[in-house]
Ligand binder design. Structure first.
Ligand SMILES: NC(=O)c1ccc[n+]([C@@H]2O[C@H](COP(=O)([O-])OP(=O)(O)OC[C@H]3O[C@@H](n4cnc5c(N)ncnc54)[C@H](OP(=O)(O)O)[C@@H]3O)[C@@H](O)[C@H]2O)c1
Length: 325
């Protein structure tokens, strides 16, 4: 028997319940992980609210965690009981003391990375890996725009961009968040709650705009983002913090300068154990080299997952938040 967070209907954080739960025995290619730390991610709020559909209700929640392998299925190779592991994808249910998932979603943790750091960085760090290194391969000296730069994904992006010699302009909603983004490597910040973002981007880039804009805010920033992309540049729309982008008129891409748009997900990039491991190796390498520091802004007991989600949705958090079972 274990404890987990579960929800039986969609709604606000109040639908999350902390309940007893009997995890299944691992199938032939599955493992059971005893979670030591669990990652809080904005995507968890989309499943809870119903913006994204879970396979069935009642459902567990969360896809990111770190801990020890406690049991392995008969066909699992490469992982053994006692291994220190982390994961960022796979079935919902990471908000739990025990999580059963396919071994193909696991990576082994280097000794230098503790469980809290791993839970804080796996999903968000792998996301930054694919966005900066695969969706668009940013080059030293380029100036890029990244929305919500003081958030979990955002602070990692600031540091990764600095490590690559890329000038990241980060949007934020307060002076405190601006200072944090700067301290983590943002080249410049814009307070999008009060400043004219396209005008500031024009100024900062001396009229050139950005070859790539990374937008996870969605509805509220879509139009702004389009105005910050250089001709034939790329708008990467990768989240819905303010609500989903809908009703896009393709002609706008022509009007704004023959732009490209993509709507990627981590699951579309880390879609094999080999790719996942390659991406994680790059992330862990930057952490080991001291180029990325994992900023854990808050820690909550697993039982308080609803409070943690409330804080995330109301823009009170900075950096990563972890839940502790
Ligand atoms: N597609 C993918 O593969 C992928 C993977 C991971 C994450 N994501 C997306 O990346 C984003 C960041 O995720 P995260 O977990 O690191 O969260 P986060 O950035 O720590 O939190 C979201 C931030 O968005 C900003 N925001 C702007 N408008 C908002 C609104 N109306 N309500 C709430 N927040 C608003 C807030 O920063 P300010 O106060 O500074 O505005 C807030 O702190 C999310 O949109 C998530 O869905 C996508």
């Amino acid at each position: 028997m274990a404890k987990r967070i579960q929800f039986s209907r969609h709604g606000g954080p109040e639908v999350l319940e902390y309940l007893d739960y009997q995890p299944a025995e691992p199938g032939p290619q599955e493992v059971r992980v005893r979670n030591r730390a669990i990652g809080l991610n904005f995507i968890d709020t989309y499943y809870r609210s119903g913006l994204y559909a879970p396979p069935a209700l009642p459902s567990g929640l969360g896809t990111e965690g770190a801990g020890e392998v406690e049991a392995v299925g008969s066909e699992v190779t490469g992982f053994a009981v006692g291994d220190r592991v982390a994961y960022a994808t796979g079935p919902l249910g990471a908000y739990s003391e025990l999580h059963v998932l396919p071994a193909s979603h696991l990576v082994k943790l280097p000794d230098a990375i503790d469980f809290e750091q791993a839970a804080a960085v796996m999903l968000k760090g792998l996301t930054v890996q694919y966005l900066l290194r695969q969706t668009y391969e940013v080059q030293p000296g380029q100036t890029i725009l990244w929305h919500a730069a003081a958030g979990g994904v955002g602070l990692l992006a600031c540091q990764w961009a600095r490590a690559l010699g890329v000038k990241l302009i980060g949007t934020v909603s307060s002076p405190q968040k601006a200072a944090l983004a700067k301290a983590n490597g943002a080249w410049a910040t814009i307070d999008y709650s009060r400043e004219d973002v396209p005008a500031r981007v024009l100024e900062l880039t001396e009229g050139a705009k950005c070859p790539v804009v990374y937008d996870s805010v969605g509805k509220d920033t879509w139009e702004i983002s389009l105005d910050c992309v250089a001709p034939r540049g790329l708008l990467v729309s990768f989240g819905n913090a303010s609500g989903p982008v809908s009703g896009v008129n393709l002609a706008v891409l022509a009007q704004k300068g023959s732009l490209y748009v993509t709507r990627p997900t981590l699951f579309g990039y880390a879609n094999s154990q080999e790719r996942l491991q390659t991406m994680a190796d790059e992330l862990f390498g930057l952490i080991a080299a001291g180029k990325i520091q994992v900023e854990i802004g808050r820690r909550y007991p697993l039982a308080d997952a609803a409070k943690a989600q409330e804080a995330l949705s109301s823009r009170q958090t900075t950096g990563s938040t972890v839940l502790l079972p």
